[in-house]
Design a protein around this ligand. Structure first.
Ligand code: R5P
Length: 283
C-alpha cells in the first residue's frame, strides 16, 4: 500500500494511480498534551511505501510513526519516499559544536525502513548518511514541462555554482538555450543573501532562474533583482522544492517574477509538475 504523510497526500494519491497500488488513508491525531499520533487503520498487505515530505518537525515524527504503524500492521517490507528531505541542507557542522543534522535525521529514518527514495536532495552525498539502500532521483528536468513554449532566446541561470547542474538539466529538457550561474554569498548571522550576476547578456531575453529549493525566497529574489537593470524580457523562477516559506511568494512577485514553477514534492506552488511518474519508475 501507498501510505501518505499528511504533507504528501496529493503526491501519494498520484503515485497510487501511477503504480496501480492501493492507497491507505492514515489518521492524524494529536493528544491533549500536543503529542502526535499518525495511524494507518486500513493498512493491509505485506509491503508499504510511506510517502512523506519532512518539511516540519511534526512531519518527521509522523513519518517515524507511520513506518512503525505499518510494521505493526504486518508490513514485511517498508520503502520510504522522501519527496523533500528536511534538514538535508545541514549536511556538515558549520560551527564547532553543531550537529550534522542530515545524518541524525537519516539514521532515524533508516531504523524504520528497508529502503529510501530521495527526490533531489540538496547534495546527493546525503544518501551516505542512511543505513539502508537509497535511490537518489533528480526531478529538476521535469521543470521544463510547465514553462511556456517558445521562450525568447532563453537563458537558464543558477543562483550559485552548485545549482548549475539543475539549470543545465532544465535547459536540456527544454531543448535549447544557454546556462550560466551567479556567485552567491549568504551571511549566516542575518540570513542576508548577496549575488553577483553572471556576465551573460540578458537584455530582451527570457530568463529562467533554477534552484533546488525556494525557502524564504531570499536567494531567488536577490537573483531576480540583480537582473533588473539589465532589462530581461520575462523572468521565471523554477525550483524542485517550492517550500515558499513566510512571504517568499510575495517577495518573488515584488522582485518581478512572472511565474513560479515547481514540482509537487511540497504541495504549495500553484504551477506544479508531478514527480509521481519519476518515483513510480524507481519503485
Ligand atoms: C542553497 O544553497 C539552496 O540551493 C537554495 O539556494 C537555498 O536553500 C534557498 O533558500 P532561500 O529561499 O531561503 O534563499
Amino acid at each position: 500500500m501507498i501510505v501518505p504523510g499528511s504533507a504528501s497526500q496529493a503526491l501519494a494519491a498520484a503515485l497510487a494511480e501511477e503504480t496501480g497500488r492501493p492507497l491507505a488513508t492514515p489518521e492524524f491525531d494529536r493528544f491533549a498534551d500536543g503529542e502526535l499520533c499518525a495511524a494507518v487503520p486500513d493498512f493491509s498487505g505485506d509491503g508499504a511505501v510511506v510517502v512523506a515530505a519532512t518539511d516540519s518537525t511534526d512531519a518527521f515524527v509522523e513519518l517515524l510513526q507511520l513506518q512503525d504503524a505499518v510494521r505493526e500492521a504486518g508490513a514485511d517490507e517498508v520503502t520510504t519516499v522522501l519527496p523533500y528531505m528536511g534538514y538535508a541542507r545541514q549536511d556538515r557542522a558549520f560551527e564547532p559544536g553543531e550537529p550534522v543534522s542530515a545524518r541524525a535525521v537519516a539514521r532515524a529514518v533508516s531504523t524504520g525502513t528497508d529502503r529510501v527514495v530521495l527526490v533531489t536532495p540538496h547534495e546527493p552525498d546525503v544518501a551516505e548518511f542512511f543505513d539502508v539502500p537509497v535511490d537518489v532521483l533528480d526531478a529538476s528536468a521535469l521543470l521544463a514541462e510547465p514553462l511556456p513554449a517558445g521562450l525568447t532566446d532563453p537563458l537558464f541561470l543558477a543562483p550559485d555554482a552548485s545549482a548549475e547542474r539543475f539549470a543545465t538539466a532544465v535547459r536540456d529538457a527544454y531543448g535549447g538555450g544557454e546556462t550560466d550561474f551567479f556567485e552567491k554569498e549568504r551571511d549566516y548571522d542575518t540570513g542576508e543573501v548577496t549575488v553577483t550576476p553572471s556576465d551573460a547578456g540578458v537584455a530582451g531575453r527570457d530568463v529562467v532562474i533554477v534552484d533546488d529549493i525556494v525557502a524564504t525566497g531570499s536567494t531567488m529574489s536577490e537573483a531576480v533583482a540583480a537582473l533588473h537593470e539589465r532589462d530581461p524580457a520575462a523572468v521565471y523562477a523554477a525550483c524542485v522544492h517550492g517550500m515558499l516559506a513566510g512571504s517568499a511568494r510575495t517577495r518573488l512577485a515584488a522582485a518581478g517574477v512572472r511565474e513560479v514553477v515547481a514540482t509537487d514534492t511540497l504541495e504549495r506552488a500553484e504551477s506544479a509538475v508531478s514527480v509521481a511518474p519519476l518515483v513510480a519508475d524507481a519503485l
